[in-house]
Structures are given as structure tokens and as C-alpha cells.
Design a protein around this ligand. Structure first.
Ligand code: A2P
Length: 268
């Protein structure tokens, strides 16, 4: 007798919820167990979700999520918005420890070291939940081996939306092993666009005005020494890409590494 059961190699696997943290009415993070054999490069994203239904039949409801933990970690971290009436996030925001979350099998993405040429400074420009892939990368020792300076910028509308990044960077600086590695190399710059904050304004404006470069060593972006990763809304990534290109940097990819890479953050 032959076994006719078809096994779909791309069918989702799952992780169970280890922790959930809510930051604001619209932002939360969670950690999942990492399935055995689940491999990825720091900065990549994966399809993630819950079982939904369509026409009365169960159907996975999946969205792209950047993995916010580094490739060496034995758990998987994610950072999410809560979209009002969003099909997935309106349910996902209620997950509890021990619940199961579906995970795609094939992590992909361009915010990876492999897509950049060697350089001295690595800038990571993020807005909102676009900080997630950088939460992975700033905890990857390879980043500190490849670059002398890592400058992570995070811009949000309101001050409370910066909390995730501030807690993350604090945990990196005080981490048993990472602490020494990042010492003197990692710079975290926060700006806010719709409230009072020491640094105000969109990343695009901070770059074009040059104000950003008052906060880092080495002056304006230079294609000879600087590499850039960009993650935020569709508009943010496109506008920031145009500004970065204005400094003479060229876009790279996994197959053709160059000076900068972009990825749209999870939106709905
Ligand atoms: P602003 O408050 O001026 O719109 P969002 O939640 O809309 O993705 O915004 C997150 C952050 O990104 C906000 O600080 C927002 O600034 C900023 N932002 C939105 N659109 C752009 C853009 N096209 N270029 C640069 N920054 C942007």
C-alpha cells in the first residue's frame, strides 16, 4: 500500500508563547519558543499568525513579521502594532503564555549583513515597529565584528512609543556578553515628531538638515565608509531611500551587495 498523504514543506509550523509585553494601546511584543531546526539570519522576517477561517473552513491568517531576536537566541522575539479591527492583530494582541502561534518555515529579507558591502559605520534608520529587525541585528556579534560604529535611530510620533527601543538598548548594554562588545560602538538616537523631546523631527529631515550628524562621530553619510539599513512605513522607506541616495549610496540586495538596503515594516 502506498501512502498518498501530501506533505507541504511550506506549511506553517508553530511556536508557543513564552512572554507578552504591552507598551502602549497600539504596541506590544512577544516571545515564542523556537521550533527545532528553525534557522534564519539576523534581520530577516517570517510569516506569522493564527488559525482563522474562510467559508467555514480553518485557514491560517499570516502576516510578515521581522524576527526581533538574534540568530543565536533559542527563543524568537517579535514586536507588533495593534491595528484597530486588524484581522490578525486584533486577535494576536490577546495571546497569553502557552498559546500557540503559527510560524512560516522560510525566513527571508534584505536587512541582512550579506546584502551590504564592508564599511566602517552602519546606520539603522527605523520608525515605529520598523525597529524590530534592528532589535535582532544590534544583538548579533557579527555586526560589531564587521563595523566600528553602529548608529540606530528610532523615530516615533509620541515619546511612549520609544519605550521598546530604550529598554532593548539598555538590555544590550547590560548583557553579560554583548555589553563589552557594544561598548563605545553602539549609538541609539531617538526622535519624536508629534510631542516634545530633546530631538524632534523625521529622520529624513534630520538627515537633510545635517542635525543627525551632530549626534554621531564622523560627519555626513559617505558611500566610501557608510552602510545604511532602513525600515519603516512604505512612505518612510521610499523617502529615506531617496535621501540616502542623495548622499551617493547605492541600493544592495542579497545577490548584489551594495551600500544600503530597505524593508517595509509590518503594517496590517
Ligand atoms: P510624522 O509624525 O511626521 O508623520 P507612522 O506611525 O505613520 O508610520 O509614523 C511613525 C514615524 O515615522 C512618525 O514619527 C512619522 O512622522 C514618521 N514618518 C511617517 N512618514 C514618514 C516619511 N515619509 N518619511 C520619514 N518619516 C516618516
Amino acid at each position: 500500500m502506498t501512502n498518498t498523504t501530501k506533505i507541504n514543506p511550506n506549511a506553517p509550523t508553530q511556536g508557543s508563547v513564552l512572554a507578552v509585553q504591552h507598551y502602549t494601546d497600539t504596541l506590544f511584543s512577544f516571545s515564542l519558543t523556537r521550533p527545532a531546526g528553525f534557522r534564519f539570519r539576523s534581520g530577516e522576517f517570517i510569516m506569522l499568525g493564527l488559525m482563522g477561517e474562510k467559508n467555514g473552513k480553518p485557514k491560517p491568517l499570516l502576516r510578515a513579521y521581522s524576527i526581533a531576536s538574534p540568530a543565536w537566541d533559542d527563543k524568537l522575539d517579535f514586536y507588533s502594532i495593534k491595528v484597530p479591527n486588524g484581522p490578525l492583530t486584533s486577535k494576536l494582541q490577546n495571546i497569553q503564555i502557552g498559546d500557540h502561534v503559527l510560524l512560516g518555515k522560510k525566513p527571508v529579507g534584505t536587512l541582512v549583513l550579506d546584502a551590504l558591502l564592508p564599511g566602517k559605520r552602519l546606520f539603522m534608520f527605523s520608525t515605529g515597529t520598523g525597529i524590530a529587525p534592528f532589535a535582532s541585528l544590534i544583538r548579533d556579534p557579527d555586526v560589531y565584528e564587521n563595523f566600528d560604529q553602529i548608529i540606530l535611530t528610532h523615530t516615533c510620533r509620541e515619546v511612549a512609543e520609544l519605550s521598546y527601543g530604550i529598554e532593548l538598548v539598555k538590555s544590550v548594554r547590560t548583557h553579560e556578553f554583548l555589553g563589552d562588545l557594544v561598548d563605545g560602538k553602539l549609538t541609539h538616537i531617538t526622535s519624536v515628531t508629534r510631542a516634545d523631546h530633546p530631538l524632534k523631527g523625521r529622520i529624513t529631515n534630520l538627515l537633510t538638515s545635517g542635525v543627525l550628524f551632530n549626534h554621531v562621530d564622523g560627519g555626513p553619510l559617505d558611500p566610501k565608509t557608510d552602510r545604511v539599513m532602513i525600515c519603516g512605513s512604505m512612505d518612510m522607506t521610499q523617502d529615506t531611500k531617496a535621501v540616502v541616495e542623495g548622499f551617493g549610496l547605492k541600493e544592495g540586495s542579497n545577490s548584489a551587495p551594495a551600500d544600503f538596503v530597505i524593508e517595509k515594516a509590518f503594517v496590517g
